[in-house]
Ligand binder design. Sequence first.
Ligand SMILES: [Zn+2]
Length: 303
Amino acid sequence: DRVAVEGWLTLESAQKVFADAGLDFTAEKELAKAGPYNKALNLKASVTVKNSFKTSESYNVIASLPGADSPDEHVIFTAHWDHLGKDETKEGDQIYNGAHDNATGVAAALVMAKAYANLNIKPQRSTTFLIVTAEEQGLLGSKYYSEHPIIPLDKTVANINMDAMSVLGKTKDVAVIGMGKSELETYLAKAAKRQNRYLVEEGHPEAGYYYRSDHFSFAKQGVPALYAKGGEVPVDEATAQYRKRTNVIVRGCYHQVCDQFRESWDLSGIEEDAQLLFEVGYDLLSSDDWPNWAETSEFQRQK
Ligand SMILES: [Zn+2]
């Protein structure tokens, strides 16, 4: 059974928990590496959770460009349009604009939709854009969609998600969040190669980003889902300098009212990443393939 309260522990806290149980963290870690590990620590925790609930209504937005040959088969692009709203207890600026998180993804989706609509030859499969709400409240919009899909999940070839695209300029690498999970990466690698770029595993897998944006809602239902963005290796020295300066602001403004559009942003990285994901989508739309999850992935298509 699920326990009543679940959470993440910092390494420091985990070490303390093991020490309190009279166990040596390092030794236990080695045991856990060696094979299945399941040990009762015989500790008790008192936990208080205070919640307040508010019911409100919001909307996902969906639009499709029908494919020429297999219109019932879809590739779904997602980007969340919501952010944190308004905080009236704040002095001065009270509005969470969410320019980086996630107007960047929504803007990319709009540009890509326009580009797909303007193709001279329609791809064989249908292209769908799903702009979801309430991501910041716990992926609620995409969760709702994936549990009440408009396009049957077994006709949904793949999901490509765009969330907080990189405003840090062009990069030589493409960071894959949750690398190794699905065959969608082979499409991504091909498109990256055309841009002279290469794939790397995103640098902070311990932060669990694969489980923290809207593609996860599709993954849970078995639809292969890709989440990738510009990596950490700037294309040149000027970009490296710009990146250093801007990263401080971007990080500092994560989920703050100062996440707002800046004239100084170098959007060329987003442009390149949008082109990349457009091409991944295009290749999937132009094929009969049904990419799979990796065998080692915890996600698999539901039969
Ligand atoms: Zn986001």
